[in-house]
Ligand binder design. Structure first.
Ligand code: BGC
Length: 755
């Protein structure tokens, strides 16, 4: 009933010219009837138009030039809708992008023959205006529901900015920190990743993605992208069906089960084919096995890249291969619009395949309410917006505080000292903590300097930047012969005078360091996991002063910083904590809040040790195969690791029937949060080798000093399951080990047999 009223209201407002018998315009009709009715009315050109996503940045192609194409129904979607010449991308709640959205939408809805609305997509990855911690960072909270909260805020802000669709969550599983995109993932463990991405789908879409405060999500990049060889972005992926099934597909399956509306195919190869042309993954698995009914969009230019890979011989072949594989919409490149009509006329492409792709896109457009509400969501009034803004920032702070991981503390934290030298390029910076994806964000409103001064109002905080976050703007180019890289690691650039002044006054140093955020994210692979610019020299210089150091490391990836781990008295791994990261850090440093984050990705000792993910496999020669030139071979800080301001004792794990149990006691003097992690490993699996340990359960426990909690995990089939090469979920009969531990490297397992 509600939908009929909305449709009537839209029509009355000039939205649709409703015609007799036009079932597709009638919101009370079932979606599938509307789809078939509309499909039956479409010309071939209009169908092909639905499969094409164009870009709306005037810097790339004049938008006016596209008005006519929209009018003719030759474009189904737009990406990156936010720029008008001369207008800064930062605008208050989407004034500019809303205007762009509605201008184009009005042409589509009111001036095109069938009035099919466009769908406008954008990368709203970890916040739109209010930037939450990056996914890799927020995963460290070991509290997947936080993703639901964060993405609900993001969904509301995205709607206000004029976006109908977000290209998130990223479901790739990150195992190589050289790959710059690990910051967008939820880390190295498929189980935690699956919980986090499903929560993101719930946060974006809610129970009904057509609601005014929700937005359809897009799980990406399907699939295997994170295994890019050598951590080099866009590289080939070599991954067996076994690893695909038991690692990469697991988070995707969870997002699909959570009802994600769309999927993005990836840049990499899958079994020797560009993923955008992989029928095995896009059709057999996604649709056949999982029953996914939404649509697949290619990644940026990926249909064209099938030619660059040396796979398709030309645009027509690339278009045929991708469409037949199950890739419905083409992002940016133009091989669908430029070739499909001719291919169909020549009998080289099946109209039924094309119709099916159109059907899937229309289905999502109907299902997500675009026909009933094609225009951008109106902003609430000033007061409501202010209240929303305060809530969003409070939530972002809460998320950051729960995500920041304390990896070392020799007792200096929480800080009692009153005279603090805040040194380092991130101390008084407004953008670095935002991270690599900033959607429509403004800079952070406060810096760590502001927040520390407020937190230690009865003391003194002296700031010295010391050096820049990087000594070059971006990665080295071939043209400069790699000079940029050597400059980036040179010893130049420490302002010793100001550092000395700060040191002279300080009882303790808070050293705010990190990795240039522009060296993280897409197309930012690194061969070294170091601090950028002259920051290592800055650290060494400060450490030589002998003053106690609390180091804060903000980075998009785990860094290998042996001297920091060794010489600092305390270290926070803060990841990319978002726009409230500074406030969260100040609260943790002062002890107003207690740290509770646990690492979502293992921290290597050295780049040469990679990979160091915890869920590694047994080998035929346990204990052998070590590096001769390294004494310690394991991760410096393993997955799941993190300290608090108290201590916890975990009793040995017991197996009681089908349940694993243990007791966790707070043995320290302060209330704190323990994270009980259930790891399981099968002794033998006839279908293929399994990791030694896999996370299969987690519980966060808030305990007072002396308090003990009983923890129990059911060892049911879901906990023991793996996926065989045909996609069937199975459990291996025989002996298993289970351990409930504070991190992935601790505790010894209790064994049990499952017949
Ligand atoms: C990235 C995607 C992103 C798309 C659109 C691509 O280069 O790989 O993650 O969604 O661009 O911006």
């Amino acid at each position: 009933m509600q939908k009929i009223l909305i449709a009537a209201a839209v029509a009355a407002a000039g939205g649709f010219a409703t015609g007799a018998g036009e079932i597709y315009r009638d919101a009370s009709q079932p979606v599938e009837r509307r789809v078939e009715d509309l499909l039956g009315r479409m010309t071939l050109d209009e169908k092909i138009g639905q499969l094409y996503q164009s870009i709306a940045e005037p810097d790339w192609r004049p938008m006016e030039g596209q008005f006519d194409a929209v009018r003719k129904g030759e474009i189904g979607s737009f990406i990156n809708l936010y720029r008008e010449k001369g207008v800064d991308r930062v605008d208050w709640r989407g004034t500019v992008s809303r205007r762009c959205h509605d201008t184009l939408q009005k042409i589509a809805v009111e001036q095109s023959r069938l009035g099919i609305p466009l769908i406008f997509g954008h990368d709203v990855i970890h916040g739109c205006y209010t930037i939450f911690p990056s996914p890799l960072t927020l995963a460290c909270a070991f509290e997947p529901d936080l993703f639901e909260t964060a993405q609900h805020f993001a969904a509301r802000e995205a709607r206000w900015a004029g976006y109908d669709w977000t290209f998130a969550p990223m479901c790739d599983t990150a195992r190589d920190p050289r790959w710059g995109r690990v910051m967008e993932t939820c880390g190295e463990d498929p189980y935690l990743n699956a919980l986090c991405v499903a929560a993101q789908v719930r946060g974006f879409q809610g129970a009904d993605a057509s609601a005014a405060d929700r937005i359809p999500a897009c799980m990406k990049h399907f699939v295997g992208y994170s295994d890019s060889m050598g951590g080099r972005d866009y590289n080939i992926t070599e991954c067996s069906e076994w690893t695909l099934r038991n690692l990469h597909l697991i988070p995707f399956r969870a997002a699909a089960a959570a009802g994600v509306e769309t999927v993005m195919s990836s840049f990499n190869t899958v079994d020797g084919r560009p993923a955008v042309t992989s029928r095995h993954t896009l059709t057999d698995i996604l649709r056949g096995e999982w029953g996914f009914s939404g649509f697949v969009v290619s990644d940026w230019n990926a249909v064209h890249e099938a030619i660059e890979w040396g796979y398709a011989k030309d645009g027509a072949e690339a278009a045929r291969m991708a469409l037949r594989a199950g890739n419905d919409m083409e992002m940016f490149s133009r091989h669908y619009p430029d070739n499909l009509k001719g291919e169909i006329a020549a009998g080289r492409m099946e109209i039924g395949v094309l119709d099916e792709a159109v059907r899937r896109i229309l289905r999502v457009k109907f299902r997500t309410g675009l026909f009933e509400r094609p225009y951008a969501i109106e902003l609430p009034g000033d007061e409501a917006l202010k209240a929303f803004d305060a809530c969003a920032h409070e939530a972002a702070k809460n998320c950051a505080a729960k995500s920041i991981v304390l990896v070392k503390n020799n007792g200096v934290l929480p800080l009692k000292a009153k005279k603090i030298a805040l040194i380092g390029p991130l101390g008084d910076d407004r953008r670095e903590m935002i991270g690599a994806w900033d959607a429509r964000s403004e800079a952070c409103r406060t810096t760590l300097f502001d927040e520390l001064k407020a937190a230690f109002a009865d003391g003194e905080v002296i700031m010295a930047k010391g050096c820049a976050v990087n000594t070059v703007a971006s990665v080295q180019t071939k043209e400069d012969g790699g000079k940029a890289e050597s400059a980036a690691t040179s010893t130049a650039g420490i302002d010793k005078e100001s550092v000395d002044r700060a040191l002279a006054l300080a009882e303790v140093v808070v050293l705010a360091l990190g990795e240039d955020r522009n060296w993280t994210g897409e197309n930012h692979s690194r061969s070294r996991l170091t601090l950028t610019g002259a920051q290592q020299d800055l650290f060494d210089y400060v450490a030589d002063s002998g003053k106690p150091i609390v180091a804060i490391v903000c980075s998009g990836r785990p860094l290998a910083l042996p001297s920091v781990w060794e010489r600092a008295d305390a270290v926070f791994y803060a990841g990319q904590p978002g726009c409230e990261g500074a406030a969260a850090l100040a609260a943790l440093i002062s002890g107003k809040l207690s740290p509770e984050g646990r690492l979502s990705m293992s921290v290597p000792r050295d780049v040469g040790h990679l990979p160091v993910f915890y869920n590694s496999y047994r080998t035929g020669r346990p204990g052998s195969g070590r590096y001769d030139d390294a004494f310690e071979q394991d991760a410096k800080y393993p997955f799941g690791y993190g300290l608090t301001y108290t201590t916890f004792a975990f009793s040995p794990t017991r197996i009681d029937g089908r349940t694993a149990k243990c007791e966790v006691t707070n043995t320290g003097a302060r209330e704190g949060v323990a994270v009980a992690q259930l790891y399981v490993g099968a002794a033998a699996c006839p279908d293929g080798v399994r990791p030694r340990r896999e996370l299969r359960g987690l519980r966060k426990l808030s305990l007072r000093p002396g308090q003990t909690a009983q923890v129990a995990f059911e060892l049911d089939d879901a906990v023991l399951a793996y996926t065989d090469r045909s996609g069937a979920l199975k459990t291996a009969c025989g002996r298993y080990e289970a351990v409930i531990a504070p991190d992935s490297a601790s505790g010894s397992g209790a064994s049990f047999v499952r017949e």
